[in-house]
Design a protein around this ligand. Structure first.
Ligand code: SF4
Ligand code: SF4
Length: 287
């Protein structure tokens, strides 16, 4: 019998609670609408995927699907005969690389290649270790004899799955950027989490993402009529945009400031963030 679930509440905490109950036996894509969240689920036996309603969402890590030949080669390399497929119900669902849509395509392709699917599941946010642990418990019987996991998510989700299992994990996507959403289907890269933000000196425009060479002092000699040489003078030069912005704000003295080379140690330093400890240290310094 087909069952379709629709849950709505104003508080995410309740939605998360219901979601956990539903995902135990369902494929459950969901979407966000303003401050409230809706979840849709369809009875697992029916194997039906419903289209994710793209009305709005909270954040976005953009992914694109790897060529299937690359995934096939990885499966061969790791001797995967029987697998469980995990699909991201958040950002990757929005990109079409995950969610029920992505999951179905992957399951079909694996089956065509003769690989057995022991279980398949959409996890709300595979980058959240708590959710991954909980959801994998729901399929623990099916996954006892698998050779590995196929994960349709960004690199964070795949690595989270890898951390809670001793089986091989194959990722089906390439992660391309953290993005700002202008509207559904139109995204801009605005930050690369470089570890030393210079927005206060550049009029709020990030040179790491706005300049094709990520220069901290620009523009370089490759600018002609405000266009960047990289990409054949199609795109605006980020440093000309910074100049124009600072000029408009009457802060051109910041443009002349020479910034030292980027400190790359800051990029790699923050592989782990202990927010509770950092906030404690921060407030201890302030006192
Ligand atoms: S400088 Fe750019 S990349 Fe670095 S933290 Fe600021 S916005 Fe992000
Ligand atoms: S032309 Fe401008 S955007 Fe392009 S690399 Fe040079 S400084 Fe960066």
């Amino acid at each position: 019998m087909k069952k379709i679930y629709v849950i709505w509440s104003f508080l995410d905490v309740f939605n998360g609670f219901f979601y956990q109950i539903l995902t135990k036996n369902t494929y459950s894509p969901y979407f966000f609408l303003k401050c409230s969240t809706f979840y849709f689920g369809i009875n697992k036996e029916d194997q039906i995927s419903i289209k994710l309603l793209k009305l709005g969402f909270k954040y976005m890590i953009l992914t694109v699907s790897k060529p299937w030949s690359e995934i096939r080669d990885a499966c061969k390399q790791w001797d995967l005969q029987t697998v469980a497929v995990i699909s991201c119900g958040s950002c990757s669902a929005q990109c079409g690389t995950g969610g029920t849509e992505g999951l179905k395509k992957i399951v079909d392709s694996l089956e065509q290649d003769g690989i057995q699917i022991a279980a398949s599941i959409v996890i709300e946010e595979p980058c959240d270790k708590r959710l991954v642990k909980t959801d994998l418990r729901h399929i623990q019987n099916e996954t006892q004899k698998i050779d590995g996991y196929i994960v349709a998510s960004c690199g964070m989700g795949a690595q989270t799955v890898r951390e809670v299992t001793d089986k091989p994990v194959i990722i089906t996507t390439d992660t391309i950027m953290m993005s700002q959403t202008e509207r559904i289907g139109l995204y801009h890269e605005k930050c690369r989490a470089c570890g030393k933000c210079v927005l206060n000196e550049t009029g709020g425009i990030c040179p790491i993402t706005a300049c094709a060479k990520s220069l901290l002092n620009g523009p370089c000699g490759g600018v002609i009529d405000g266009k960047c040489e990289m990409g054949g003078y199609q795109n605006d030069c980020g440093w000309v945009a910074i100049y124009n912005r600072l000029k408009k704000l009457d802060k051109l003295e910041l443009f002349s400031k020479v910034r030292p080379p980027r400190d790359w140690s800051l990029v790699t330093k923050r592989s782990t963030v202990n927010q509770r400890k950092e906030m404690k240290d921060y407030y201890a310094c302030e006192e």
